[in-house]
Ligand binder design. Structure first.
Ligand SMILES: [Zn+2]
Length: 469
């Protein structure tokens, strides 16, 4: 929520649109938007605003989240019979889904978003598909679960773009949904009604929204066009997210059904543009890579989840060569750490290429800076939010790096970001504070509402554990 008055912040170092600046006075309006950014400012001895001694960098938008999955992170690491796969993991996930009540979803999402803030994410795109009651019927308020997510964003203070998922089928060719999917399913009219509710809620909670047709296997061509048209009737710029090519099985099923690969099919059938976010574009040909890059859509790379689920390696270098836009998402939340998503995006390439510092702007430039800035700007684009760069007119979403921490001590400017990402320490104290729309949500590692959020989470987890065992 925003404050009622203008806020003044004086920061020692700030990474601005024009590069690093010192002694910066930042004025933030009552809606959390940066009004003025004044480098080399002198302040009065009796300055009544906030003084920040660390270095400010833009907060990172998290483009892809399924909040409830966090409560089962770490539970899918026991080997299965005859080899484990994404599809056996998904079956286990469906078992867990059956037990979650609205208050559990809220407790889990609030705790998760709090952890995200502590880990450097200032906003999140919630790809939300747990819509209905445990028996598959709609709640009295069909947007009950969506509203719980808005409440979690309010409790934690994170910026939210809610992306209600449109899910109809269990596979290509309109295969009937299975029992594990009963809480996800809508027909076109019910989905349009949900979007109408969510549009109102986003206004009420001063947050953003978009749509998320789940995947090409979960909706048909008409459903996809219907959802986009309905969204356009409310907001023709709001984001559209879709899972696109995570697993080879999905690519092969799409080929069998349509004769086209998923990215190829989507690029031919829809006007893919800047408002699109393709999640897990893991399996693409050179032509598909170029087409997505040229469309200016964002690809959400979920490095740690894609590794955890054994999806495959995203063609990051080829996509970069085509000037493709990309962001990161913590997806199943097997890791909630903005730096780890970026560090391993780079490390995957180092291991594959037997080389170093591959994801950079040019020779002799900072690896960390390129990773952070690309993910921040494209992340904000994917969420339809004015953020990702600290500049006038954007939301005051930033993190203050602790220049006295073990990881960052003695580093300057771009070295601070390099060390923040690559000099990773357990019990990291590199983040001093985290700000969303000009409000401080995390200070010295602690969240403003840590105790209450933790208590609710513990209550839900102990109840859920009994339901599952
Ligand atoms: Zn996902």
């Amino acid at each position: 929520m925003t404050s009622t008055t203008e806020k003044h912040i004086f920061a020692k170092q700030v990474l601005t649109e024009a590069g690093w600046a010192s002694d910066v006075l930042i004025k933030v309006d009552c809606n959390g938007v940066i009004l003025e950014l004044k480098p080399d400012a002198e302040i009065e001895a009796n300055f009544s605003g906030t003084r920040l001694q660390g270095a400010l960098i833009p907060g990172l938008p998290n483009s892809h989240s399924h909040a409830f999955q966090w409560a089962m992170a770490g539970l899918g690491e026991k080997s299965g019979k005859g080899g484990d796969s994404f599809w056996t993991w998904r079956q286990a996930m469906y078992g867990f889904v059956d037990a979650i009540q609205p208050e559990d979803l809220q407790a889990i999402a609030s705790a998760l978003y709090m952890q995200m803030l502590k880990a450097g994410y200032t906003s999140v795109g919630e790809f939300h598909y747990l819509h209905h009651n445990t028996n598959g019927s709609a709640y009295d308020n069909p947007a009950e679960m969506s509203q719980r997510i808005f409440e979690s964003a309010r409790e934690s203070g994170i910026g939210l773009t809610l992306l209600p998922v449109f899910y109809r089928y269990s596979g290509f060719g309109e295969q009937a949904p299975n029992a594990g999917q009963k809480r996800f399913i809508h027909d076109q009219q019910a989905y349009a009604g949900l979007i109408d509710h969510v549009a109102k809620l986003s206004e009420q909670y001063q947050q953003s929204f978009g749509i998320a047709p789940h995947s090409l296997r979960a909706v048909n061509h008409q459903d996809l066009s219907f959802a986009i048209e309905h969204l356009n009737s409310i907001d023709s710029k709001a984001p559209i997210h879709i899972h696109i090519a995570e697993q080879m099985k999905e690519v092969n099923d799409c080929l069998d059904f349509s004769g086209k690969r998923p990215v190829e099919w989507l690029m031919e059938q829809q006007q893919v543009s800047e408002r699109w976010c393709l999640v897990h574009a893991t399996h693409m040909t050179a032509e598909e890579i170029k087409a997505v890059a040229d469309s200016k859509a964002v690809i959400a790379v979920c490095t740690t989840t894609e590794a955890n689920l054994g999806d495959g390696l995203f063609s990051m270098l080829e996509y970069k060569q085509n000037a493709g836009r990309w962001s990161v998402g913590s997806d199943s939340h097997i890791s909630v750490d903005a730096t780890e998503e970026l560090r391993w995006l780079e490390y995957q390439q180092r291991l594959a290429q037997q080389s170093r510092t591959l994801l950079v702007e040019a020779e002799h430039s900072s690896n960390g800076l390129w990773l952070w800035q690309q993910a921040a700007t494209a992340g904000a684009q994917s969420l339809g939010q004015k953020a990702g760069v600290i500049k006038v007119g954007n939301q005051a979403d930033f993190i203050e790096l602790n220049t006295d921490s073990f990881a960052l001590l003695g580093k300057e400017q771009n070295q601070l970001i390099d060390a923040f990402i690559f000099n990773h320490q357990l019990s990291n104290d590199a983040i001093q504070s985290v700000w969303v729309k000009g409000q401080c949500q995390v200070k010295e590692g602690g969240h403003m509402h840590e105790d209450a959020i933790r208590k609710n989470y513990q209550k839900s987890i102990s109840r859920l554990r009994q339901c599952i065992n």
